[in-house]
Design a protein around this ligand. Structure first.
Ligand SMILES: *Cc1c(COP(=O)(O)O)cnc(C)c1O
Length: 551
């Protein structure tokens, strides 16, 4: 690979990568990028990862590239030109980020002290998931249209994406897929239980291939329906079901770009006080571990990362892992007695997920954590001095065993010391409560006049705590990821700022795009909480769509 990496968009012919993918649970190997993207989940239940994490040779010379050119260089390391010719890949990337309102796609702004905010919310739905889903939607369309070349009508491969959402993912997926050829999207949300803005963002999309289904039930019911559909042999015989959840590898891949891009932006902004090659920290508000995992890949590719700081809310399974080496849905009694359990009276669902002010991070387990576990197990196995194939096999077996215990016993661990040490070398973790989240929104507003959304506030509080700990590395710049626009979470922002003199939500926070949303035409269909009823709706609506197609 030494001189094979293109430094600009025109020299891609010299690029020789032929990246294949394997499953974290060891059974599936040798997959192409296209297979991985369209399949989502491996046959053995694992997640796909690249067989080799490529080194970004010559990355230092990418400092002044535009977001799109940088994205092209990075993505080319994972997608061979035999799969997507360079010009096509470039075009997909260009179209994916043309929908962003900021010229530089993901701007970096100085917040206070050493903390810089990476604004990831300038896409169509005002949240960071757009960065990945705009790209994923275009990729789906590209692969489908290519498979359908020369085919017409019913012979065309038609993808039916089905998903459940409690808010953020749904609107970003809908905006990623709206109007795309050969794909329908059905998004289930719990009727009346999604924030008003998020519901409107979904239901005001009128493209014929977008189907909003309001389920009489809660989010768990929606998820159960989706799971039942994926497991149903009948619908799988007649429809090709697809998923866009955060385990899709293309989403992780797209997100690695802004780690590099923000690093270079910082270097440009700081001038002489920061040179390319210096280290930074990243603080990342985390739920399913997809966002921060992209930072881990950037690090493994060669970006000088001092630490990745995981910021969780009160759903803190990740924070507990880093503190104890145990990954458990519920903290054990012993740990709770040592102060591991919050006493702040938040609502808890039956299954243990707490409703917090940062709902997009309300998870019980972090699905993408499995990918990191594989790399930790792989590094650990590598110490035994056997060959690479053996190391990979060991890693797959270890991950399969851990995830088996998670499923049957509700947790696993403590993991080997060496595994935990490896995790702590690259990551630190912080847990932020709801009261701390509110305090952070308020104090940042008072200090610099910037309005944080509650998820971003969790990250900023983690970053500030790191600074206060006054370690030698606390002088390093810290890039804190801003994952949503504050207008999406009006409740928390208002709670924090309503008593601030001169603060007015509509004037200070609300973007023009959200004004008048409730007057717009909506398309949403109520459905019963029964998966067979949803199956009927899916069949009928896909039929209507296909009947009206001219290609
Ligand atoms: C999804 C989401 C997160 C969490 O990201 P993960 O990849 O699940 O860790 C944080 N903030 C917002 C606003 C989100 O939508």
């Amino acid at each position: 690979m030494s001189n094979g990496v293109p430094t600009n968009g025109d020299s891609a012919e010299t690029h020789t990568a032929s990246q294949r993918y394997l499953s974290t649970r060891g059974e599936d190997t040798g997959f192409s990028f296209e297979e991985v993207v369209l399949k989502g989940l491996a046959n053995d239940g694992g997640l796909y990862i690249p067989e080799q994490v490529p080194t970004a040779e010559g990355w230092e010379t990418w400092k002044d590239l535009s977001f799109v050119d940088l994205a092209f260089n990075i993505l080319s390391l994972y997608i061979s030109p035999a799969e997507i010719p360079a010009d096509d890949l470039k075009d997909i990337i260009r179209r994916s980020y043309a929908t962003f309102r900021a010229d530089d796609v993901t701007p970096l702004v100085h917040l206070q002290d050493n903390i810089h905010l990476l604004e990831l919310f300038h896409g169509p739905t005002f949240a960071f998931k757009d960065v990945a889903l705009q790209f994923l939607g275009n990729l789906f369309e590209y692969f489908l249209v290519r498979r359908n070349e020369g085919k017409t009508g019913r012979d065309r491969y038609h993808l039916t994406v089905v998903g459940a959402t409690s808010g953020d993912t749904g609107s970003a997926a809908i905006y990623g897929l709206r109007g795309k050829k050969d794909v329908s999207v059905f998004m289930l949300h719990p009727k009346g239980r999604v924030s008003p803005i998020q519901e409107l963002q979904m239901t005001t999309v009128l493209d014929p291939n977008v189907h909003n289904l309001a389920v009489e039930g809660n989010f768990d019911n929606c998820q159960d329906i989706v799971k039942a559909l994926f497991a149903d042999p009948e619908i799988n015989k007649t429809h090709k079901l697809g998923a866009v959840n955060s385990i899709n590898w293309a989403r992780i891949l797209a997100q690695t770009v802004y780690y590099f891009y923000s690093y270079f932006t910082l270097a440009r902004q700081q001038g002489d006080s920061f040179t390319v090659g210096d280290k930074v920290r990243f603080a990342v508000p985390s739920g399913n571990f997809g966002d921060i995992l992209a930072g881990y890949f950037a690090f493994r590719m060669g970006l000088p990362v001092d630490k990745l700081v995981i910021a969780t809310n009160e759903n803190d399974i990740l924070d507990r892992f880093w503190k104890t080496g145990r990954y458990e849905k519920k903290p054990t009694y012993g740990q709770a007695a040592q102060g591991g359990l919050p006493a702040d009276g938040v609502k808890a669902h039956e299954d243990g997920v707490k409703e917090t002010l940062s709902p997009a991070m309300d998870i019980l387990v972090s699905s993408n954590f499995e990918r990191l576990l594989w790399f930790l197990a792989y590094e650990f196995a590598s110490d035994a001095g056997m060959d690479d194939e053996w190391n990979k096999r060991q890693a797959g077996q270890e991950v399969a065993a851990w995830l088996g215990d998670l499923k049957t016993k509700g947790g696993f661990g403590p993991v080997y010391r060496g595994v935990l040490d490896a995790a702590r070398r690259t990551f630190e973790s912080e847990r932020v409560s709801d009261p701390q989240t509110i305090d952070t929104i308020r104090s940042v507003y008072q200090a610099v006049g910037y309005v944080l959304d509650p998820h971003t506030a969790v990250g900023v509080e983690a970053a500030r705590h790191q600074e206060q700990q006054n370690k030698p590395q606390s002088t390093l710049p810290i890039i804190s990821l801003s994952t949503a626009h504050p207008a999406k979470f009006a409740g928390a922002v208002t709670l924090a700022l309503q008593d601030e003199p001169g603060f007015e939500f509509d004037a200070k926070v609300l973007p023009a795009e959200f004004v008048g949303l409730e007057q717009r035409e909506k398309r949403v269909r109520d459905v019963e909480n029964a998966w067979t009823a949803v199956r009927e709706v899916v069949r009928k609506e896909v039929e209507v769509e296909l009947a009206s197609k001219e290609y």
